[in-house]
Ligand binder design. Structure first.
Ligand code: PMP
Ligand code: GLU
Length: 402
């Protein structure tokens, strides 16, 4: 885009950054198309295919003529199935009218932020945060306020840190557990400590993004909203993309206070009308199923996590923790800052990511995109052979830096 065409765009879109996860995935794809053998660990999506029982439900929905505009907030039968899922898996009581189905959890997040954040209000983002939180808040005119964490505390904020970050202008907190990009998981006890702080600020709202709920290796998933004293302050976001390998079907959902659900429905009534009816019927089969039916994916992710941690531990300069969830590692690579090799000087995580892509042909995402410039994000949602090859290439090329 030229400077001249750029200036013809709205201030709003000019201020918006491209999604760095999608941008790295695009770069990797372009280099692959040029014939290069790229291993892309950049995009966070399961490499599994959607399970057959879900695909069958979609085929049936086509034959049953689910081809008309669905209700704006989603089919009642899907909202009822999600209501039952919230009870079954999370011990949460969200009746069907407090549930809104959207075109991916990404749209759920945009609906909520646009519905409850006013111009100039602050939104706390424990960092590292997922890329799109920051940009969606900006788009709504809010002020994203990162709250720093460190690898030594497994990238989790404490109740004290939260308390210190809240100002009279704080409207919302957005966090994910299991976390993208760190893979960290808040325990039920840690969430209760955060809830005690949140309860002291009744006008403060929280988005608890639980889209990686099913990819948790060490504990039973804990939902923030089970802390009864803040139930009306929490909006629980979830979706079928990650747990059911359904990223392309584009179905996400929320459980929320009625007034928030109604606002989100009004919002998407003007933007998208409703998410695809065929995808909704597929999502219904997914959430109604016994979660044990898809546990094979989580089991495989666990093997890959262990493999990748072991392989990275053999690379001098990389410092990695042991994240209990999602399918990401978020190693600290700051040891390489100030190092060089022919034609490259590494001064930050973005330099290192570009170096790895261009020289090692391994796509990762810079931690800067997630608010932590000392780290890079690797998605281990790739085959074990690919992970072994990627780690070998990283080792070879990182060892060249001096
Ligand atoms: N939240 C987090 C933390 C994510 O990683 C993603 C992945 N894209 C989303 C929300 C959105 O997921 P989707 O739009 O595919 O439902
Ligand atoms: N959530 C995934 C990621 O973080 C998919 C990309 C996106 O939706 O931005 O890589």
């Amino acid at each position: 885009m030229t400077q001249e065409t750029m200036e013809r765009l709205s201030d709003r879109i000019q201020a918006l950054s491209e999604s760095q996860t999608l941008a790295m995935a695009r770069l990797s794809r372009e280099m692959k198309a040029q014939g290069l053998d790229i291993i892309s660990l950049s995009l966070g999506e399961p490499d599994f295919n959607t399970p057959d029982f879900i695909k069958d439900a979609a085929k049936k929905a086509i034959d049953d003529n689910y081809s008309h505009y669905p209700p704006v907030n989603g089919y009642l039968e899907l909202r009822q199935a999600i209501s039952a899922k919230f009870k079954r898996d999370n011990n949460l009581d969200y009746p069907a009218d407090q549930i809104v189905i959207s075109t991916g959890a990404k749209q759920s997040l945009a609906n909520i932020v646009l519905s409850i954040v006013n111009e100039g209000q602050e939104v706390l983002l424990p960092a590292p945060y997922w890329v799109s939180y920051y940009e969606i808040v900006k788009l709504a005119g809010g002020i994203p306020v990162p709250v720093e964490t460190s690898i030594d505390r497994d990238f989790k904020i404490s109740a004290e840190q939260l308390e210190n970050a809240i100002t009279p202008n704080t409207r919302l907190i957005i966090f994910s557990s299991p976390c993208n990009p760190s893979g960290s998981v808040y325990t039920a006890e840690e969430l209760t400590q955060l809830a005690k702080v949140i309860a002291r600020y009744p006008n403060l709202m929280v988005i608890s993004d639980e889209i990686y709920e099913m990819i948790n290796f060490e504990s039973r998933h804990a939902s923030l909203a089970t802390n009864a004293e803040i139930f009306d302050q929490v909006i629980t976001v979830n979706g079928v993309s990650k747990g059911f390998a359904m990223t392309g079907w584009r179905i996400g959902y929320i459980g929320a206070p009625l007034w928030v659900a109604q606002a989100c429905s009004k919002m998407q009534g003007q933007f998208t009308s409703a998410p695809s009816g065929i995808s909704q019927k597929a999502a219904q089969a997914a959430v109604e199923a016994d979660p044990a039916k898809v546990a094979y994916m989580r089991d495989e992710f666990l093997l890959r996590r262990n493999l990748m941690i072991e392989l990275l531990s053999e690379i001098p300069g990389i410092r990695c923790n042991r994240p209990p969830g999602a399918f990401y590692l978020f190693p600290d690579i700051s040891e390489f800052f100030g190092k060089k090799t022919d034609g490259y000087e590494i001064n930050n995580a973005s330099d290192l990511s570009m170096y790895l892509l261009k020289e090692a042909h391994v796509g990762v995402v810079t931690g800067e995109a997630f608010g932590n410039p000392e780290c890079i994000r690797l998605s281990y949602a790739a085959s074990q052979d690919q992970l072994k090859e990627a780690a070998a290439r990283m080792k070879k090329h990182l060892n060249r830096l001096h």
